[in-house]
Ligand binder design. Structure first.
Ligand SMILES: [Fe+2]
Length: 268
């Protein structure tokens, strides 16, 4: 890709952001946005039940001590369905900063960056893993939401374990743009497993929670701090899928749901 075509692509993206500013600004404050689309939930559920081999889900090593990382990796596992590198059994949560910034000098990320490929319009290309081809109904659902799914996985949180409070937008004070949506679909869980969202910048944040209900497809707010607490004695298995707020067809898909949403809004 030449520098000129890169700049042209950037211009296009900024125009899309301007056109859909109302949407990205509103959805930022929506804790959970239901996506009531038709799909064959039972088939998706059955496909996930075929997964017997799980990989540890590591997290950003910068902020955690090695013991905590190991603990997290053991209790939170998953399998990649769609990744930005073709050979991706790995579950390293290399984080979205890789997609946002190509300037990192971190050698860990560089080994993956060298394998990245791009669409002709500048979007990072994502690849289906072998597992995705073995789970066709699940993959079909991912593409039904948008024909540009980014990183998608099936995730397992072990019984009586949790994913702690975190936000995917740590630079919300300097760069307020909400980059991508996280869709969740609980596949196997008890309703005592809870999804929660709270505001980023408040000493007394209000917490918005929702039980994990099988078959509920929704956008889980990842702009604000969120967590998943599985207090049940049952593993929680869920589909986790990322979609870009810079991709117009996805925004067109979301628009009616965001426009009609009249539930609680995160007050910050
Ligand atoms: Fe998250």
């Amino acid at each position: 890709m030449t520098l000129q075509s890169f700049h042209n692509q950037e211009e296009k993206v900024f125009k899309i952001r301007e056109k859909f500013n109302w949407l990205t600004e509103k959805i930022k404050h929506i804790p959970f946005l239901d996506l009531p689309i038709q799909f064959d939930f039972e088939s998706v559920q059955k496909e996930a039940a075929k997964i017997l081999k799980w990989a540890p889900n590591f997290i950003e090593p910068t902020y955690w001590d090695p013991e905590s990382i190991q603990n997290h990796a053991n209790k939170n596992q998953g399998r990649a369905l769609i990744e930005y590198v073709p050979d991706s059994f790995f579950m390293h949560d290399t984080d979205h900063r890789l997609l946002k910034s190509m300037r990192s000098t971190n050698s860990y990320y560089n080994q993956f960056r060298s394998k990245e490929q791009y669409h002709s319009d500048g979007r990072i290309q994502f690849f289906k893993t072998e597992l995705a081809t073995e789970l066709p109904q699940t993959t079909q659902l991912l593409y039904k939401i948008s024909d540009y799914p980014m990183r998608c996985r099936i995730m397992k949180i072990q019984a009586n374990c949790h994913v702690g409070w975190h936000t995917h937008h740590t630079d919300h004070l300097t760069n307020d743009f909400y980059d991508f949506a996280v869709a969740q679909l609980p596949l196997d869980c008890e309703e005592t497993c809870l999804y929660s969202v709270r505001s980023n910048n408040s000493a007394y944040p209000q917490v918005y929670s929702r039980p994990a209900r099988k078959g509920d497809l929704f956008v889980f707010n990842s702009y604000h701090q969120h967590n998943v607490v599985n207090t049940s004695n049952h593993d929680r298995i869920a589909l986790f899928a990322n979609y870009s707020f810079d991709y117009e067809p996805f925004l067109e898909f979301l628009a009616p749901y965001v426009r009609d949403y009249d539930g609680p809004l995160i007050n910050c």
